[in-house]
Design a protein around this ligand. Structure first.
Ligand code: BJW
Length: 229
C-alpha cells in the first residue's frame, strides 16, 4: 500500500501542490522544498512549514486512513508505505507506516541532522540547534535529497514481494516512490491506482484504475472484503 497527499485531502490537509496557494501562490515547489531554497531563505521555508504544521494539527484522520488501520488488522503481511509528512496514518492507528519523505511534525539540526523534540514555534526565523547553533529544519526529504535508506529499502522489498499493491491518492510523479507500483507489477503483483483523477497517471496492462475519493473507495473495499453485519 502506497499513499500520497490525496488520502489526507479529505481531512482538510492541502496536497503538496495545493499548499502553494493563497499567500504562497507566488512560489514554486523549488522555492520552498529544496536544500537550496532553505540555504537562500531559511525564514521563508520555515514559515511555509509552520503554516502546514498548523494545518496538520487542526486535521483529523478520515475514513480512508481508518480503512487502512482495518486492513492492517485483517492482513498479517500488510505494509503501509507513505509519502505523506503529516503523521495522520499514525494518529489513525496504523502501527508502523514507512515514511519515505519524513514528517513535518519533527525537526532536526540542519548541520548535524540531530533530531530535536521541542522548539519555539513563534520565532520569526528557524530556531537554532542548542548544541551547535545551526538552524533547525523540518525533518523531511526535499527534492535532490536522498530518501532515508532503511525506509526506501523496506519499501522496495515490500513492492517486490507483495501479491497486491495499491497506490492511493498520489500523482505518482515523484521518484523514487513513483516507481514502486511498477516494481510491484514487474514482480507479478496485482496493482491498482486509486485516485479522484487519472490525469497524468502512467498506464500499463497490469494496472487497474479506480476513480473516486480515497475516503469512499477504501472503506468500500474493506466492507466488500470483510463484510460487517
Ligand atoms: C486524491 C484525493 C482524494 C486528491 N482521494 N486521491 C528520476 C527521473 C526524474 C527525476 C528524478 C528521478 N529520480 C529522482 C528525481 C528527482 C526528484 C523527482 O522525482 N522529481 C520529479 C518532480 C520528477 N526526486 C528527488 O529529488 C528525490 N530524491 C532522490 O531521488 O534522490 C536521489 C536523486 C536526486 C536527484 C537526481 C537523481 C537522484 C526526493 C524526493 C522528495 C520529495 N519530497 C516532497 C516534499 C516533502 C516535504 C513536504 O511535503 O514539503 O514530498 S515533494 C512532494 O511530492 C512531497 C510528496 O510526498 C511528493 C509526492 O506528492 P503526492 O503525494 O503524489 O501529492 P500530489 O500533490 O502531487 O498529488 C496528490 C494526488 O492526490 C493527485 O493525484 C490528486 O488527484 C489526488 N487526490 N484528492 C484520492 N480525496
Amino acid at each position: 500500500m502506497l499513499t500520497g497527499a490525496g488520502i489526507s485531502a479529505e481531512s482538510g490537509v492541502a496536497t503538496f501542490r495545493d499548499a502553494l496557494t493563497g499567500l504562497w501562490a507566488q512560489y514554486r515547489a523549488e522555492d520552498l522544498a529544496t536544500p537550496e531554497a532553505f540555504a537562500r531563505n531559511p525564514a521563508l521555508v520555515w514559515d511555509w512549514y509552520r503554516m502546514r504544521r498548523q494545518m496538520v494539527a487542526r486535521a483529523e484522520p478520515n475514513a480512508g486512513h481508518l480503512a487502512l488501520v482495518e486492513m492492517e488488522a485483517q492482513i498479517p503481511e500488510f505494509v503501509l508505505i507513505t509519502q505523506n509528512v503529516d503523521g495522520l496514518h499514525q494518529r489513525a492507528g496504523s502501527s508502523r507506516p514507512i515514511e519515505l519523505h519524513g514528517n513535518i511534525t519533527r525537526a532536526r539540526c540542519s548541520r548535524e541532522d540531530t533530531p530535536v523534540d521541542h522548539w519555539d514555534e513563534t520565532a520569526d526565523s528557524p530556531p537554532r540547534c542548542l548544541a551547535c547553533g545551526a538552524f533547525l529544519r523540518p525533518d523531511v526529504v526535499w527534492f535532490g535529497e536522498l530518501l532515508p535508506l532503511e525506509a526506501l529499502r523496506a519499501a522496495e522489498m515490500a513492492a517486490r514481494h507483495c501479491d497486491v499493491f495499491l497506490s492511493v491518492g498520489t500523482s505518482n510523479l515523484v521518484e523514487p516512490a513513483a516507481s514502486l507500483p511498477w516494481t510491484a507489477a514487474a514482480a507479478g503483483a496485482e496493482v491498482a491506482v486509486l485516485n479522484v483523477s487519472m490525469d497524468g497517471q502512467r498506464r500499463g496492462p497490469a494496472i487497474e484504475h479506480l476513480v473516486g475519493p480515497a475516503g469512499e473507495l477504501l472503506p468500500a473495499l474493506v466492507q466488500a472484503t470483510w463484510p460487517k453485519r
